[in-house]
Write a protein that binds this ligand. Structure first.
Ligand code: NAG
Ligand code: NAG
Ligand code: NAG
Ligand code: NAG
Ligand code: NAG
Ligand code: NAG
Ligand code: NAG
Ligand code: NAG
Length: 407
């Protein structure tokens, strides 16, 4: 009961603080200091980086820190041929966390583990170490530090774009913005409202992407992700723009995903200027609901876990490899047509991190029942990720690719 009260109290306090940002509390998070640092809602984002003014030329902004140092170039060249996604987690409390949660005003809701009572911090102190090469981290950390200092209060703002499921963070003096666009199934669906949506009973307009995608053009970097919302056995699909929701077919999630990936690929192929825009797709992330898979008791999950799994190639059974294959095959087809979408393959590296989920330390959108409270593991969130934490590493990887392109 005490936990519940504390939670409510915190919620009230947060609500006051957040004011106009309440809109997105549920699914969105961004860090101010590093453009790319935080990926936000783990599974449901089309997240991208865009020039504030679409008519402006390419904003050199972030990248201009890098070009003057010739050693930067060689650091990125040395990555050629290295698989950044195969490696292990190394404890490194010297360099991590990269920032403190209290320093970032945009961490809340599902991700704000520290604010919601998680006391241990070991989970924040792990570096991803690819086999065979090292991420050029010094430059990256220095970028973090520089951005932190060059974007003082008043030179940055976060705002919701009217009428569009989009939040935009702007670093004013660099003419850079980083937008977060909510379209969990990529095409139009009954989940499009950022907060007022059902979490079951998906209805998807299988070919209708334009309504969302028109907001994704003329940007420098596009980062897509769509996985979690497909984790449903079946969904209803509507043809074209038919308003009649009685005329639907029911398909299984894999078939639906394949159809939508086709719609998405066709759109990307025809509407994006690939000379200007770099495109990325973030692969699915692991969940940790079944303790028995890593040697805990069968009724245990990520709750109370404080160390990563060290077993090589650990794979938890909730990860839907079939969906990964569909994604991979869509990207391969695009590649065959000359369109490169870089896969940020974080699936395996998240498999190990049973320790890094919010578990019970997060905002709960509806009050917990006494039954739940008497059995905390029943409401532990083993799907999202705490911040600071694992998503910071996704952004290090993403940034590594972005900077390589600009070397
Ligand atoms: C680049 O690396 C070389 C050799 O490691 C070093 O001597 C030089 O000072 C470095 N230059 C810069 C600008 O860091
Ligand atoms: C993703 O990375 C893992 C670990 O390196 C690797 O086993 C897997 O084949 C990769 N998948 C793709 C599609 O690149
Ligand atoms: C960092 O971790 C080491 C063990 O890995 C420990 O001895 C040391 O006290 C830690 N330092 C801090 C600042 O937590
Ligand atoms: C905002 O959306 C509503 C409902 O979709 C629409 O009626 C209205 O015209 C839109 N306003 C603008 C400025 O686009
Ligand atoms: C940002 O855009 C404004 C207006 O177009 C321009 O005057 C300014 O020089 C730009 N700043 C940077 C850092 O590119
Ligand atoms: C959608 O329309 C196409 C062509 O009009 C038709 O072949 C297909 O069966 C329809 N699918 C659904 C789900 O209504
Ligand atoms: C695509 O982008 C490049 C680089 O910004 C530009 O030079 C070119 O004109 C663009 N092509 C079209 C068709 O807009
Ligand atoms: C988690 O830890 C708390 C306190 O350390 C303990 O009371 C509880 O039984 C643990 N729960 C599980 C599922 O291990």
């Amino acid at each position: 009961m005490r936990l519940l009260e504390r939670e409510r109290e915190r919620e009230m306090r947060k609500k006051k603080q957040l004011g106009k940002y309440v809109w997105d509390v549920k699914h969105m998070v961004e860090s101010i200091f590093i453009m790319f640092l935080i990926m936000g809602a783990l599974a449901t984002i089309a997240y991208y980086y865009v020039n504030i003014d679409h008519d402006q030329p390419h904003p050199a902004a972030v990248f201009k820190f890098y070009t003057p140092n010739p050693n930067t170039t060689s650091a990125y060249e040395s990555l050629d041929g290295c698989d950044l996604f195969s490696g292990k987690w190394v404890h490194d409390n010297h360099s991590y966390p990269l920032y403190k949660d209290l320093d970032c005003p945009y961490i809340f809701g599902d991700f704000a583990c520290g604010q919601y009572g998680r006391m241990d911090s070991n989970y924040q102190q792990w570096r991803w170490q690819p086999h065979g090469c090292t991420l050029p981290r010094n430059q990256w950390v220095s970028m973090v530090c520089m951005l932190q200092t060059v974007i003082p209060l008043g030179r940055k703002k976060m705002q919701k774009v009217p009428n569009v499921s989009m939040l935009t963070f702007k670093a004013l003096e660099y003419n850079v913005s980083i937008d977060f666009y909510w379209a969990p199934l990529l095409v139009e669906s009954n989940g499009d409202h950022p907060t007022k949506h059902k979490t079951n009973d998906r209805i998807v307009r299988i070919k209708s992407i334009e309504h969302h995608a028109k907001n994704w053009v003329n940007v420098d970097v596009l980062v897509f992700n769509s996985y979690l919302w497909w984790r449903t056995p079946a969904l209803k699909i509507l043809n074209g723009s038919s308003e009649d929701s009685k005329q639907y077919n029911i398909v299984d999630n894999h078939r639906g995903y394949r159809m939508v990936m086709k719609t998405w690929s066709d759109w990307l192929y025809t509407h994006i200027n690939h000379t200007r825009t770099q495109s990325y797709f973030i692969s699915m992330t692991a969940t940790h609901h079944r303790g028995v898979e890593w040697g805990s008791k069968s009724d245990e999950n990520c709750l109370n876990e404080t160390e990563p799994i060290t077993k090589d190639d650990f794979w938890e059974s909730g990860s839907d490899l079939k969906m990964f294959k569909i994604l991979e095959s869509s990207l391969n087809k695009l590649k065959a047509k000359g369109v490169k979408v870089q896969l940020i393959n974080i699936t395996q590296l998240t498999q190990y991190r049973k320790d890094a989920h919010p578990s019970i330390y997060r905002l709960h959108y509806s009050p917990l029942t006494n039954t739940q409270l008497s059995n905390p593991s029943s409401y532990a969130d083993c799907t999202h990720w705490c911040l600071p934490g694992v998503p910071d590493v996704w952004n290090e990887l993403l940034l590594t690719y972005i900077l390589r392109k600009h070397k």
